[in-house]
Design a protein around this ligand. Structure first.
Ligand code: CMP
Length: 512
């Protein structure tokens, strides 16, 4: 036999080709189905080829008649190649085949199976090479003790991981808090549990640590949906009755759909403390349904609290420092007020409805306006509300007009934007609110009460006519939306309608 025949005969056996084909097929499948794990796949396959190369070297040594070295090299690299193959099979079965039949065993199952297969493969090869590891372990108490000692931690972690999974203490996707670290469990492995925090960190907890110490599973309660209670704090002077603060805030929050805020239990506002400076310390308590965006949801609620309090004319408590400045400087306060009035006049001038008013009339109207901000999603007027106290003018943002249909669905009628007014139907005719107006963005409005509107109409009856004109068109649109018709088809006789509405307005405001 020539040198090369000798070498190839030792390196390339009968099983080599099928093994290579199998490895390449598994690699191709994994490459195709597990995009995110390509890097680790490349490592495994490289390791496999390194072992193949090692076996080739073994063949060379054999051909060089270094039989003992060749046998050792061959055995070591066969064990290595086997480990790579076991790893590939583990990935194929647990990450491709089982998920394809809708089975997703936890990662630790794969790890344990693979480790057992490694050990079995190792023992088989050693026995094949003439060494019986089990008898060595059994006969040498010293080796057994060393191995057991070395494995102590690892075994603790494996058993810890198994126990965590078996008793369902934590599952992948749970939010947990250990000491001051909170995050979402993304993987439970044979040694450790991986937790991703909101700060984009991954914390690796040894399983035995989780078993030995207490940890919180956030938002989980038996037979209940996952949701986690949070507190949003704010202060209001005790000069304002706490019942009023609570009802203003709850009214605004309970009637708005806010992303990630649970409907049950409903959010509630409570007076938590009263401090010696005369402030009431309130908390809006709510349940967060997606535990990820905690601070952003708190921020949205703070904005809702702020706007609700502002609309009700309730000020958030401010530090002593700024109180001092405004109290001391009355001239400054007058200046601020005057600037605000000028700004309002400027805004009112741009509203078509008030285009005919002179400066004095605009100034008097400006003084009656109440600034009312709304947060996105707030229901500004609710269809069917009996009390229609206000006419609104939008100065910033957009709102949508909706009608509730008899089948329980809600239909969009129109959008309103900066410079538009709404709420006139109820305020001017005394009828319940005809539609719901919901803030599509954060919306800033001025609102005018009935007395101010009455003064305006008495001074300028032409405004009533103009409003009745707009009102009749809007009502036709509303009816069309209610009946799913074209607006012109719904009310062919618009001028008769207009006269009727004008008469209603005049009667309601006792205009001549
Ligand atoms: P009001 O009925 O007091 O409350 C709901 C308001 O929605 C209503 O007054 C109008 O101001 C407004 N509205 C109703 N229909 C329309 C429409 N078609 N276009 C614009 N606004 C409308």
């Amino acid at each position: 036999m020539s040198f090369w025949d000798n070498m190839i005969g030792h390196f390339w056996g009968q099983e080599s080709l099928p093994l290579l084909v199998m490895v390449l097929c598994i690699t191709a499948l994994l490459f195709h189905f597990r995009h995110d794990e390509r890097a680790s796949l490349v490592n495994t396959i490289s390791f496999f080829f390194v072992c193949q190369f090692g076996q080739f070297i073994g063949g060379l040594l054999y051909a060089l008649e270094l039989t003992r070295a060749a046998a050792v090299a061959h055995e070591v690299f066969v064990i290595g190649a086997g480990i790579a193959v076991i790893r590939l099979w583990g990935q194929l079965v647990f990450r491709v085949v089982l998920p394809a039949v809708k089975l997703t065993p936890p990662r630790i199952t794969e790890d344990i199976f693979v480790i057992i297969a490694y050990i079995a493969w190792f023992m088989v090869r050693l026995r094949y090479a003439g060494l019986d590891l089990s008898s060595i372990l059994a006969t040498s108490a010293m080796i057994t003790a060393v191995v057991a000692f070395a494995m102590q931690d690892t075994l603790g972690n494996i058993l810890g991981g198994l126990a965590l999974q078996l008793d369902n203490s934590i599952e992948i996707g749970d939010w947990i808090k250990v000491d001051d670290i909170a995050g979402r469990v993304v993987d439970i492995r044979w040694r450790s549990t991986l937790v991703e925090t909101r700060n984009w960190e991954t914390v690796v907890f040894p399983n035995s640590q989780l078993m030995k110490n207490k940890f919180l599973v956030l938002g989980r309660r038996t037979d209940q949906p996952v949701q986690w209670r949070r507190w949003v704090w704010f202060n209001v002077s005790l000069d304002v009755a706490p019942t009023r603060v609570v009802s203003v805030v709850e009214e605004a929050i309970l009637h708005t759909d806010i992303a990630n805020v649970a409907k049950t239990p409903a959010p509630n506002c409570v007076l938590m403390d009263m401090d010696d400076k005369g402030y009431g310390r309130y908390a809006l308590r709510y349940w967060l349904t997606d535990l990820g965006p905690d601070d952003p949801t708190d921020a949205v609620l703070r904005w809702h609290i702020m706007t609700a309090l502002q609309r009700a004319g309730i000020k958030l408590a401010v530090g002593e420092h700024s109180l001092h400045i405004t109290k001391e400087n009355e001239k400054y306060e007058e200046g601020v007020h005057e600037r605000e009035i000028l700004l309002r006049i400027k805004t009112l001038r741009k509203v078509e409805l008030f285009s005919q008013l002179n400066d004095d009339e605009l100034r008097s109207l400006a003084q009656h306006l109440r600034y009312s901000p709304f947060a996105r999603g707030n229901i500004i007027t609710r269809q069917g509300d009996e009390k229609s106290h206000w006419l609104y003018i939008i100065i910033n943002g957009e709102a949508d007009v909706f009608v509730d249909l008899s089948n329980g669905k809600r239909r969009a009628v129109r959008s309103l934007e900066k410079g538009n007014f709404f709420g006139e139907m109820g305020l001017l005719t005394g009828a319940p609110r005809s539609a719901s107006v919901i803030a599509r963005t954060d919306v800033e409005c001025y609102r005018i009460d009935k007395e101010a509107v009455e003064g305006l109409l008495q001074a300028r009856p032409a405004i009533a006519e103009e409003i009745s004109h707009i009102l009749v068109v809007r009502r036709a649109e509303l009816d069309a939306a209610l009946q799913n018709l074209d607006a012109t088809g719904a009310h062919p006789d618009l001028s008769r309608q207009r006269n009727e509405i004008l008469a209603t307005i005049k009667r309601f405001f006792s205009l001549g």
